[in-house]
Design a protein around this ligand. Sequence first.
Ligand SMILES: [Zn+2]
Length: 362
Amino acid sequence: MADQSRIFFGTIMKYSNVDELREVIKELNRELELLEKSKKAICNMVLNEKQVLYCPKCGSININKNGKYNGRQNYLCKDCNRKFNDLTNTIFHHTHLTYKQLEQAIGCVINLFPIRKMAKILKISTKTAFTLRHKIISCLKSINSSFKLHGNIELDEYYLSINLKGTRPKNMPRFSKKRTSHGSRKRGISNHKVCVTSGIDENDNMFFEVAGTSSVTKEMIKNTVIPRISDFKKIITDCKSSYEDIAIRNNWNLKQIKSGAYTDDENNNLANINSLHQQLTLYLSNFRGVSTKHLQEYLDLFCFLKYLNWTIEYDDQLKEFKNKICTKNTTITYKNVCNNYSIFDFDKIYADYNFYPSKTTT
Ligand SMILES: [Zn+2]
């Protein structure tokens, strides 16, 4: 590609007439605009990024070509008989998204623009913008999970109040409450708080996982922390007992910092993870409250944006983001984006509120 553009550039530079060169540039811009609007550009980008062609349903590479539709190649899986094309289950499935709109959408996500601003820039409805943002973010989970934490690892939990934003009144498990800085009726860490386990290693690899409600348990650590760490030397935590038992069972070299102290006598500390938590608080404040059912997606975005900022030059971030997500599968559609499943049973959590919406009077 680089050679091609060099030859092309050489040809253009032979022009010594300013007006002629301007005409050529005008013509090129027209061509570019047409290409940006075409569905073919999207298809070509996805095909370029896909190293192997596989079935989106069963993952088999045992596939046959199965005719063309609308100029797009269809395939048939020989193992599960699923018919699909290059864009099936990607964020472009069932959309009229153009190449330019995709770049604009990713730009909006990187800059944390509100949905209304994104809708205005892309010239689409707010619901479509909301769906698109969630489709894009949902692709980041599998990218983030491929980064494992090594070496010296700091672990700690982050707690948030349950947020039921976007829940229809008839589905509310409790009364709506006024916004307060502390949020919860119960004080301290109760089952009304969401526990997010998190960690960062010496190379700035990190993870944030929604683990459950209430204080961190051994079960939560087993499910959300252990899959994310490998080849570690030292694990540093605060003095919660849940970690001790796990450490003995899994042969961790565990260093616990006593409460009230900043370091232990070997100078181990939790400075990096604490700083990351402060940055997360600032990031979440951009969205003016993130619904608990969408919290994991926003945490995935936080981790991915940190990776972009720390490892990719600013000018290349959009391209990196676009290339990484364009081949990933998403289950989010226009229809299911709002009733996205939640890992929590809110009716059970709020059982002690004894709240029955049908009996409420206002
Ligand atoms: Zn298949």
